[in-house]
Design a protein around this ligand. Structure first.
Ligand SMILES: Nc1ncnc2c1ncn2[C@@H]1O[C@H](COP(=O)(O)OP(=O)(O)O)[C@@H](O)[C@H]1O
Ligand SMILES: CC(=O)OP(=O)(O)O
Ligand SMILES: [Mg+2]
Length: 405
């Protein structure tokens, strides 16, 4: 019987899951799946590595699918498809690890207690991440459970990249910028090292543009600064999140408009960003297909903020050698990429419009001073690598070439 690792990545509106065999040459994908649009027209898609995908809408007649029932579906599917495998570990994406977790950890009761404290700092993710751990503990009681943090990759930032302009005692208490999407940045940065090692050791800006979105500046593969802050609200506008906001707006909503903290939380996390600006949708595909002026304005605002953050981060790291796009929008929305970089000649970017329209790996012209690449991210693979690594099931993922598979 072969040993296997499962991964669970519970996001704001989707759950991704995967299974990997621990083979002598590294991790071999066995199966993966995702449950999308939880709460509304939920769909379930799963496929063994060598077989066709099962894709089906979920029957909502018994009530809308919530994260808990979606997790049960995911865990149940993994259970049915682990046939012939011994599940030795389950790796979980945990969005908030706070100031102390710079590495993944094997979960025990103490870890769970600590991680629960961060629920208010990541309300769209942390409760679902913890529910995923509870579901996996129940379904796979003999397997090790490993938490892999979105924040861990950013824990080496210099003080000025993580502090706010607040009294220092608040920084000391933990009120600071944590940065998120770290598993994605780590994966993309390792992929970059295998496809373009010279670039990877230089000044790199990665734009993770998905339903949640952020930009990260790296030097020699290490995160130096990120647009995300104390919570996953800061920085870029996102599907339903506001992005950077004058804190005076929150005070105004509270004191002048009489909104409650819960109402403000809902507004900033669920009703803002692309959805709030367009009045239409959080989904970039729907906005691109729409002729409504507000849909165009929402895209224009998103693009303007990405441009501003790229330029700002370039200043932070003293220039840029490569810009990399990842995430659903970053990997597929070529018009958005063109709008972001089409006229950034002043920064040294010369976009290859044809390659860009094909979503090619390199989308800059050969003589562009700044290389521009599209590298599909794979948080699940990164979770599996970390899980295997911390349990000593494979050698260091950083030294391996497995990510080039
Ligand atoms: N072909 C495409 N063109 C434009 N946008 C796309 C395309 N495919 C996916 N997207 C956008 O990517 C976003 C979702 O990104 P993704 O990384 O999958 O999100 P999540 O953070 O939930 O993992 C949505 O806004 C979706 O519209
Ligand atoms: C941290 C975050 O925003 O994650 P996601 O993109 O999965 O929503
Ligand atoms: Mg995501």
């Amino acid at each position: 019987m072969t040993d296997a690792i499962l991964t669970i990545n519970a996001g704001s509106s989707s759950i991704k899951f995967a299974a990997y065999e621990i083979a002598t040459a590294g991790l071999r994908p066995l199966a993966r799946g995702h449950i999308d649009d939880i709460g509304d027209d939920t769909t379930f898609t799963a496929a063994p590595a060598d077989g066709p995908a099962e894709r089906q809408p979920i029957d909502a007649s018994k009530g809308a699918v919530d994260h808990r029932s979606a997790l049960e579906l995911a865990v149940d599917w993994l259970h049915r498809h682990e046939d012939g495998c011994h599940v030795v570990a389950v790796g979980h994406r945990v969005v908030h690890g706070g100031p102390d977790h710079a590495e993944p950890v094997v979960i025990d009761d103490g870890t769970l207690l600590r991680l629960r404290k961060f629920v208010p700092l990541a309300p769209l993710h942390q409760p679902h991440n913890l529910a995923g751990i509870a579901a996996a503990l129940h379904a796979f009681p003999d397997a090790a459970q490993v938490a892999c943090f979105d924040t861990a990759f950013h824990r080496q930032h210099p003080f000025i990249a993580d502090t706010f302009g607040l009294p220092r005692r608040l920084y000391d208490e933990g009120v600071r910028r944590y940065g998120f999407h770290g598993l994605s940045y780590e994966y993309v940065s390792r992929r970059l090292r295998s496809v373009a090692p010279m670039l990877a050791s230089g000044r790199v800006i990665i734009a993770h543009l998905g339903n949640g979105a952020s930009v990260c500046a790296l030097r020699d593969g290490r995160s130096v600064a990120s647009t995300m802050g104390f919570t996953a609200l800061d920085g870029l506008p996102m599907g339903t999140r506001c992005g950077q906001l004058d804190p005076g707006v929150v005070l105004y909503l509270l004191t002048e408009k009489g909104m409650s903290p819960d109402e403000i939380t809902h507004l900033l996390y669920h009703d803002s960003g692309l959805k709030g600006l367009s009045g239409l949708s959080n989904d970039m595909r729907e906005l691109e297909a729409s002729h409504a002026p507000a849909a165009r304005e929402a895209i224009d605002y998103f693009v303007a903020r990405v441009r501003r953050e790229i330029a700002g981060l370039a200043a932070t790291i003293g220039g840029v050698d490569a810009i990399v796009f990842a995430g659903g929008i970053g990997e597929h929305a070529f018009r958005v990429r063109e709008q972001i970089l089409g006229d950034m000649g002043w920064l040294g970017v010369d976009l290859d419009r044809d390659a860009n329209a094909r979503n090619a790996q390199t989308v800059s012209l050969p003589d562009s001073r700044v290389a521009v690449l599209v590298i599909p991210t794979d948080e699940d693979r990164m979770i599996a690598e970390h899980t295997a690594e911390i349990l000593g099931l494979i050698h260091s993922a950083a030294d391996s070439t497995r990510l080039t598979d």
